[in-house]
Design a binder for this molecule. Structure first.
Ligand code: NAI
Ligand SMILES: CC1=C(/C=C/C(C)=C/C=C/C(C)=C/C=C/C=C(C)/C=C/C=C(C)/C=C/C=C(\C)C(=O)O)C(C)(C)CCC1
Length: 529
């Protein structure tokens, strides 16, 4: 039986410097460098999540109206899987990486170049409200794996989750190495006044910019996982419009569309619009046979402020609601809603939805769709394509995004082991899978110069000797196979490479090469003078 979450309590401002200093002190003991120590923390986190599961599921219900199905699939079990995956791969990630060819030229191979994976140090992780467990604790898995100590700042908008997270981290993980500071802007500002070795921020672009500016003052590196106005493209060659409608509706129903990577708007060939709307309604009926409000699966909007923000987008639109449209503030309920619009300046195109609503914008051509999408937001977090192969490739080629899914809603972000991150103003850096480990790791290059090699490498010392330099260059410089206009020159080297590439590495290939050599030799020796 789950107990009710402790009442939300912000961490005392004067305690924050001590918490940060303790985490820094714990890092300086060097215990986190030990892989077994890190694994123990990951194992403890796994079991803490398992043991606090009922509390977290209930907290997600009370903070966001999240169903227990989603609470498990996308939050608690998600992070548990992350712990297990990291435990399985940590040894190989943390191992020194020997550097050889092509990184190290053969002439320097005696220096035993290698890359040592070092923890960055003590890091700050700031989380958003929409997936309060997953988006706070997955970065933590990366930080623990890399050997960092960490202070976490959950969103104050999900207070029950914030309080349980504090309890599970501080009761179960190494004391002082991992702490949770609860609170809002003053507490985050107090944290930002401390020196960190990295700040991992997930949230809005507006706050991300504040964090990045403050971090820049102390040259602290930041990862920013931000939002975006994400487009979906449906072309006239879309092979299954019903499936496109169903899958895009999914993107706006999970967590009531409070998913930073779900679509904001759909650019669709104008001839397909009426059928697409019909298919959306069919998919809606399938998912919510008794209406969305009665569904036990649909989350609620996190609070009145966000409810009003989403409602304003609907109030301000000049478009026509073609699916959904019901709102009930007393329940923070917003029905999955599609709005047919005809202007890029419409509120439904210009604002980030971050809720269960999206717009449909009819276009005449794919060129027009690409122009509009690039105009609305050039570097969104995601994009989705529903066209034929050539069109999908064209969209991916002509518009960038943090990640992308072909033929579905946000599936590229629905697997916990592949890298996830934004581009440009939708985010800096990536995590999940190995990227989580890398994100908190310093890749430190080490060289080791043997004493016996002194004579070989003395060219570097003064007084400089140009003859020795010329000799070194002969050994290390490669000749360009291109001329000043950038064209590849097919000289002797090219034909030799071509010849040796003929037929690949097989015996047949070797036979072919010798055949060419013999024929060339025969032709040369028997040429008419
Ligand atoms: N790329 C990604 O992985 C994700 C991005 N997001 C984005 O996050 C936003 C929604 O999440 P929110 O929690 O509302 O984001 P938010 O930016 O309002 O808050 C995020 C965190 O920053 C803190 N914060 C808020 N205002 C601050 C200030 N002035 N100074 C310092 N700290 C401050 C909050 O306490 C919270 O912990 C959306 O824009 C969404 O697109 C959300 C989830 C995932
Ligand atoms: C079981 C067998 C098979 C395979 C079955 C398959 C492929 C099942 C697929 C299940 C699917 C589609 C599950 C969908 C899961 C969606 C998830 C986990 C969504 C997660 C969303 C998240 C984490 C959201 C994050 C939000 C973020 C970051 C944000 O707001 O920014 C075979 C292979 C067919 C064989 C037989 C058995």
């Amino acid at each position: 039986m789950a107990t009710k979450a402790p009442e939300f309590q912000a961490t005392a401002l004067e305690a924050i410097p001590k918490i940060a200093s303790l985490a820094r002190g714990q890092f300086r003991t060097h215990k986190t460098k030990n892989l077994e120590w890190r694994k123990t923390q990951l194992r403890k986190l796994y079991w803490a999540l398992e043991d606090f599961k009922p509390q977290l599921v209930e907290a997600l219900k009370s903070d966001l109206g999240k169903s227990s199905f989603e609470a498990l699939l996308t939050e608690v079990d998600w992070v548990k899987k992350d712990c297990m995956w990291m435990l399985d791969h940590l040894d190989s990630f943390a191992k020194d990486q020997k550097l050889g060819s092509p990184d190290v030229p053969a002439t320097y191979s005696i220096m035993n170049f290698r890359v040592k994976k070092e923890p960055l140090g003590t890091v700050l992780i700031i989380g958003p409200y929409n997936y309060p467990v997953q988006l706070l604790l997955c970065p933590l898995v990366g930080a623990i794996a890399a050997g960092c100590t960490a202070v976490l700042k959950p969103s104050e908008l999900t207070p029950a989750c914030a309080m349980w997270t504090k309890e599970l981290i501080e009761k179960r993980l190494d004391s002082g190495s991992f702490s949770v500071v609860n609170g809002a802007i003053p507490e985050t500002n107090a944290l930002m006044n401390e020196k960190w070795d990295k700040i991992f921020f997930t949230g809005s672009a507006q706050v991300g910019s504040i964090i990045a500016q403050k971090a820049a003052q102390t040259l602290t590196p930041v990862v920013l996982e931000l939002g975006g106005k994400n487009p979906a493209f449906i072309t006239k060659n879309c092979s299954n419009l019903a499936l496109a409608a169903r899958r895009l509706l999914w993107g706006k129903t999970q967590n009531a569309g409070q998913v930073c990577m779900s679509q904001n708007y759909v650019l669709i060939d104008k001839d397909l619009v009426p059928t697409f709307i019909e298919f959306l309604k069919v998919a809606y009926k399938d998912m919510f046979p008794n209406g969305a409000k009665a569904s036990p699966d649909l989350s609620r909007i996190v609070n009145k402020r966000h409810f009003q923000r989403i409602k304003k987008m609907l109030d301000d639109t000049q478009g026509k609601i073609v699916m959904g449209g019901e709102l009930d503030e007393s329940e923070l309920y917003i029905e999955p809603t599609a709005v047919l619009v005809n202007s890029v300046n419409d509120s439904m195109m210009q604002e980030e939805s971050f809720g269960p609503i999206f717009s449909i914008y009819p276009v005449n051509t794919l060129d027009e769709a690409l122009n509009i999408a690039n105009l609305i937001h050039k570097t969104p977090l995601s994009l989705f394509t529903f066209g034929n192969k050539a069109e999908n490739n064209r969209i991916l080629n002509e518009m960038t995004s943090g990640g992308a899914t072909i033929n579905d809603g946000f599936f590229h972000g629905a697997v916990n082991t592949v890298p996830f991150g934004g581009v440009g103003d939708s985010g800096w850096g990536a995590y999940r899978g190995k990227a989580s480990f890398d994100s908190f790791t310093h890749f430190r290059t080490i060289a080791e110069t043997p004493g016996w090699a002194e004579k070989l490498i003395r060219v570097r010392y003064m007084p400089y000797d140009f003859k020795a330099l010329a000799f070194l260059n002969r050994l290390t410089e490669s000749k360009p196979n291109f001329d000043r206009s950038g064209k590849v020159v097919k000289g002797f080297g090219y034909w030799i490479t071509f010849l040796f590439g003929l037929g690949g590495k097989s015996a047949k290939g070797a036979f072919l090469r010798w055949l060419v050599v013999l024929v060339a030799h025969y032709l040369y020796t028997n040429r008419s003078s």
